[in-house]
Design a binder for this molecule. Structure first.
Ligand SMILES: Cc1cc2nc3c(=O)[nH]c(=O)nc-3n(C[C@H](O)[C@H](O)[C@H](O)COP(=O)(O)OP(=O)(O)OC[C@H]3O[C@@H](n4cnc5c(N)ncnc54)[C@H](O)[C@@H]3O)c2cc1C
Length: 420
């Protein structure tokens, strides 16, 4: 009988547990989690901050889930050491637990680089339920919040704080928001929507210094010499995989390197979710995906293989989606055309509806959609399949520009599965 240990009680870890139990009804499973709660949705944290979702709706399983799946749960305990040869884990409370097969599903943490490090009171990231609770309390108390970072996470949070009655400032170092995942035209549409809802956005400014004493923050000094007064700073400048358990033991680049069965370079050690990097189908190279659907899919594959069933992960596809005060935005794959031969893009624009497709060597590899998110499914399928028939079906060149809104709202004629 195999003893399974899963580190991390979130999308990847819980998906793996379900998968292990689908194939092995009796092998003992131990789950170790540094957080003290049952499995909850990180994706909903900004909805909770906005006041749109009550705390109890964040939880995706109850305690019964672990009982039914025969899982021994160690909550509020961190794994601090891994003995690969002895196949043992050392826990923060001093215990040592053995494993036959291990899953590292430890996720990622917000990047807090200079001037936001070393850690100080009043500067935080948003990753855990505790962070979201703190933000709700601060907003209710009228705190002035600065959100640093114009990616999807920063925008989501700034919108949520605004919705909750706050008056946050969003600080973006690039000339436009979403510089890593969209193009300028799409960004401008979304910036107008943010402005229409009274959200203060300042683009093209770096934070030079965090002003304040040891007990808190008073403001941020910016590269243009101005200062933004604030009591709380939330840094949303990307995440880094929490790969420290495997660092120096397994192959780790930006994230833990895994194969298509989610095996690390160590025997009987698997990894899944935000902690790993794996091949992205649009880029054709290893990247850290860091989105919920990847974590679930990878956990499922890891769990099956841990239980001895051969299952493969089909590769990641970077995706982002946002609702900016009612204006939907989706991007996937490559969103900016590199200045190299073989690349091209096609754009369709009508009012607030904007669709851009990016091609490499005639194959669709990315898309940006504003106001026409209903097309995301069919485009995603086309990128994954990468075959000519699908490419022709969604090639927008043949669709008259004046039909753009109709197309964006109704889907491209002939495209299987397209919809409003
Ligand atoms: C605010 C926010 C909004 C998001 N919105 C979206 C979205 O809209 N769409 C989307 O697809 N994705 C979104 N994401 C990303 C998504 O939540 C992650 O991709 C997903 O949670 C990854 O799951 P995971 O299981 O790999 O890791 P995580 O969810 O990070 O969980 C890892 C767990 O392991 C624990 N852990 C770490 N180290 C140890 C250790 N040594 N010992 C014990 N426990 C440990 C951590 O405390 C944590 O509980 C969002 C994330 C955040 C923070």
């Amino acid at each position: 009988m195999r003893r399974y240990v899963v580190v991390g009680n979130s999308a990847a870890g819980v998906s793996a547990i379900r998968s292990i139990r689908a194939y092995d009804g009796s092998g003992p499973i131990t789950l170790v989690s540094e957080e003290p709660y049952p499995f909850y949705s990180r994706v909903l944290l900004t909805h909770y901050v906005a006041g749109r979702v009550p705390r109890e709706r964040l939880f995706l399983v109850g305690e019964g889930f672990y009982r039914v799946h025969g899982v021994e749960v160690l909550l509020g305990v961190r794994v601090v050491g891994l003995d690969v040869y002895g196949r043992r884990l050392e826990l923060s409370d001093g215990r040592v637990i053995p494993y036959d097969v291990l899953l590292v599903a430890t996720g990622a943490r917000p990047v807090l680089a200079r001037p936001f490090s070393p850690a100080r009171e009043g500067v935080m990231g948003l990753r855990f339920l505790g962070d979201a609770e703190r933000l709700r309390r601060a907003t209710a108390a009228g705190a002035r919040v600065a959100v640093v970072g114009g990616g999807p996470a920063g925008i989501k949070l700034a919108c949520a704080l605004r919705e909750a009655g706050g008056n946050p400032t969003l600080l973006v170092s690039s000339p436009h928001i979403l510089s890593q995942v969209a193009d300028d035209e799409a960004a401008l549409l979304l910036e107008s929507r943010l402005a229409a809802h009274g959200l203060r956005v300042r683009c093209g400014v770096e934070v030079r210094e965090v002003a304040g004493g040891p007990h808190g923050v008073e403001g941020l000094v910016l590269s243009d010499g101005t200062c933004v007064a604030c009591d709380l700073v939330v840094v949303c400048k990307g995440v880094e995989p929490r790969a420290e358990l495997l660092a120096g033991k397994a192959e780790v680049r930006r994230g833990v390197v895994v194969d298509d069965r989610m095996r690390t370079s160590l025997p009987e050690v698997y990894a899944a979710g935000d902690v790993v990097e794996c091949t992205d189908v649009a880029w054709g190279q290893g990247r850290v995906g860091a989105i919920w659907p990847h974590a679930v899919a990878q956990g499922k594959v890891a769990g099956a293989n841990m239980a001895g069933v051969h299952l493969l992960f089909r590769g990641a596809l970077a995706r982002n989606s946002l609702d900016v005060f009612g204006l939907p935005f989706v991007s996937m794959g490559v969103t900016r055309v590199p200045p190299e031969p073989g690349w091209s893009s096609q754009v369709l624009r009508d009012g607030d509806a904007y669709l851009k497709l990016v091609f490499r060597g005639g194959r669709i590899v990315g898309a940006v959609l504003v106001g026409c998110a209903g097309l995301a499914g069919v485009i995603q399928a086309a990128i994954r399949r990468g075959d000519g028939a699908w490419q022709q079906r969604i090639a927008i060149a043949g669709i008259p520009a004046e039909r753009a809104r109709e197309v964006c709202q109704g889907g491209i004629p002939g495209a299987e599965g397209s919809g409003g």
